[in-house]
Design a protein around this ligand. Structure first.
Ligand SMILES: Cc1cc2nc3c(=O)[nH]c(=O)nc-3n(C[C@H](O)[C@H](O)[C@H](O)COP(=O)(O)OP(=O)(O)OC[C@H]3O[C@@H](n4cnc5c(N)ncnc54)[C@H](O)[C@@H]3O)c2cc1C
Length: 602
């Protein structure tokens, strides 16, 4: 079996860079320690090797299909659902009292990275089930919780999130699905939802849809949206189930993730679908945001893992493919000499290092965000608040950087295979197609960028940004104690100053109420900010590696630690300078994209 991820790297990040054991001091996680976590991770890798990885290509080649009103998925999905559920992971983050195992979310992320690297078509089914069950458990009534959550966390029933409608994609204020109150306290739901991931298949006894809808007479816009549980089959008092008028109208055929169902669902076209309000009326979007924020980190994991698997596939190829000869000091090539492996060509090494730099730092960022989430729940007072702010700010970046740069990383990996990269015998073309969705669903890159600059940077008078800057300064200080790392720490420090300069330039537009101008180039700001955040992650990794080398307290080989420092240097040489160009454009006052300012014939 080919290597598709690195357990060494994952454990290095968890234990040495991000000091996971800090979490075990809190009551919620006190039953865990490093040993228990390592055993769980190794079990996840074992299931992943045996059940997930072998079917990755087949799920693409024999994709999801729609037949006679039903969606049929690849038969191997059943083993994946069972394998994941048997490890207790669908209910991993749930309380013991609710049938869960109170696992830190950071470890869920780590396990999902293993599975998603093996097969990015499958985890969404389970992830959406965890997320929707968690929404019911957090905001739903005791009755809803008892009725639905237990069977969801065993994987017998699966969950979905139903937001998107034909006219309401990025902007959910236009959601039109209706909810009419009934005498028994339930609601009759009518409307269409499109692009619903995992919305139907043959391996669940029931589907519990979490649906955004508008109660009759509710205010327009997002303030009038409520959240409902709408099961495909309604549990009856005698233990039987009744149809609930939820129709599967089709499955969207896609360029990637072809093993992951994307349903078109029609609610209540005939008799009306029965729905049950979650929490209070008109607060649906607020509740759904909990699931969406978690799902955004999940998308970051999907993208990182897909790009990680692609990295190892191109690394293997580069180590096996002989082609050409190294350039001699005379500037000539000696054709009498044996061909060299392509990994010895500087341009191929550059592409491999770019892949490594992107995927390893993306994974580090996922661990950083997941740990902030755990700490925001496990701690109290200022500490909880600080971690909550950090998570808020990092979420759009953790979704976007791996999605956008992971695609570029896979593109470089495909290039390393030359013409074979374009051929279906090799997996690079599949990874390239699969990752493309990550920049689209759970909010496009454009929408994440508006969120970052429009909401997160400005939230609580810039407090979240301040928390991040403080974290970065601590990392800069720690790196600066090592002569080898000091120049890079200084570079990162300068980049913080540049960010302030850009914000000082942009902020007056927001203060004058000219938000369109303020947000005009939000995507460029996202690119700049996420490059700096990734530079921060590299500095942290390099510092941990340096500490291990200097102290001699090493879990891995010297080469392992030295490669971290080398890749950090690569990132600072090849990627960090891009922020200068981005800052230049962000500070440029010419306006070319706002319609009143400049009419363009396209
Ligand atoms: C495979 C797949 C699975 C999905 N799974 C789910 C699911 O499980 N549940 C669910 O509810 N939805 C799901 N979706 C829907 C997905 O979240 C939406 O496709 C996405 O939010 C974008 O909406 P849209 O396609 O309508 O594009 P649009 O909203 O029409 O956007 C088109 C373009 O315009 C840009 N744009 C839109 N508004 C603005 C703005 N205000 N400012 C700047 N740019 C803007 C966007 O960035 C994008 O580039 C899925 C989609 C796909 C393709």
């Amino acid at each position: 079996m080919s290597k598709y991820m690195s357990m060494e790297n994952l454990k290095f990040l968890l234990h040495e860079v991000h000091n996971l054991s800090e979490l075990f001091q809190y009551e919620r996680f006190q039953d865990y320690d490093k040993e228990a976590i390592d055993i769980l991770l190794d079990s996840a890798k074992d299931v992943s090797d045996k059940v997930f990885y072998p079917h990755f290509r087949a799920m693409d080649e024999e994709p999801v299909r729609y037949e006679d009103g039903k969606i049929i998925v690849h038969p191997s999905l059943k083993g994946m659902i069972d394998g994941y559920a048997d490890l207790g992971l669908i209910g991993g983050i749930f309380d013991y009292d609710d049938g869960g195992i109170q696992l830190p979310g950071t470890i869920m992320s780590a396990c999902n990275h293993i599975f998603e690297s093996a097969n990015n078509h499958a985890i969404g089914y389970m992830g959406l089930t965890t997320g929707s069950a968690n929404l019911i458990a957090t905001f739903g009534s005791q009755e809803l919780k008892e009725q639905y959550v237990p069977k969801m966390i065993t994987g017998e029933w699966m969950g979905t999130m139903c937001l998107t409608e034909p006219q309401a994609g990025s902007s959910l204020s236009d959601v039109a699905t209706s909810a009419s109150p009934q005498e028994d306290g339930s609601y009759t739901i009518k409307g269409q939802k499109i692009f619903i991931s995992g919305g139907d298949h043959q391996f669940a006894d029931n589907f519990i849809h979490l649906v955004l809808a508008r109660i009759d007479g509710a205010p327009a816009g997002t303030k009038g949206i409520s959240l409902f549980v709408v099961p495909k089959f309604l549990p009856q008092a005698d233990g039987s189930f009744a149809e609930n008028d939820v129709l599967t109208a089709g499955d969207f055929q896609k360029m990637g993730q072809r093993g992951y169902a994307t349903a078109h669902l029609v609610f209540g076209e005939n008799t009306g679908s029965k729905g049950f309000l979650v929490g209070e009326a008109n607060k649906g979007l607020k509740y759904m945001f909990k699931m969406m924020n978690e799902a955004r980190i999940e998308v970051g994991i999907t993208a990182t893992s897909t790009a990680t698997a692609a990295y190892y596939a191109s690394l293997q190829y580069a180590n096996e493919r002989p082609q050409g000869r190294r350039i001699q000091s005379s500037g000539k090539k000696d054709a009498t000499k044996e061909q060299t492996l392509i990994i010895n060509h500087p341009d191929v090494r550059r592409m491999l290092l770019l892949q490594k730099a992107i995927v390893e730092a993306s994974l580090s960022l996922i661990v950083e965000s997941s740990k902030a989430s755990d700490l925001s729940h496990a701690t109290e007072g200022d500490e909880a608040h600080k971690n909550h702010l950090l998570l808020e700010l990092l979420t759009p970046i953790t979704k976007t950087y791996p999605s956008e740069m992971g695609r570029i990383s896979i593109n470089n990996g495909l290039q390393i295979l030359g013409g074979y990269g374009f051929c279906s015998d090799f997996p690079l073309q599949q990874y390239y197609r699969d990752i493309r969705i990550c920049a689209l669903y759970e909010g496009t890159t454009g929408i994440q960028s508006l969120d970052l600059l429009g909401r997160k940077v400005t939230m609580q008078n810039g407090q979240a940004l301040q928390v991040l800057m403080t974290e970065m300064q601590e990392a800069i200080q720690a790196a600066s104690t090592h002569d080898e790392l000091k120049p890079y720490a200084n570079e990162l420090m300068k980049s913080l100053g540049l960010t302030q300069e850009v914000l000082t330039h942009l902020m007056p537009f927001a203060m004058q109420g000219n938000y369109e101008r303020y947000l005009m180039d939000a995507s460029l700001f996202m690119e700049m900010a996420s490059t700096i955040v990734i530079g921060w992650q590299w500095l942290k990794m390099a510092t941990s590696a340096k500490v291990a080398l200097v102290s001699g307290n090493k879990t891995y080989t010297d080469e392992f630690y030295e490669s971290k420092i080398h890749t950090m240097k690569f990132f600072f040489k090849y990627e960090m300078p891009k922020i200068l160009g981005l800052a230049h454009t962000l500070k440029n006052n010419e306006v070319l994209t706002i319609i009143e300012e400049k009419q363009v014939a396209f």
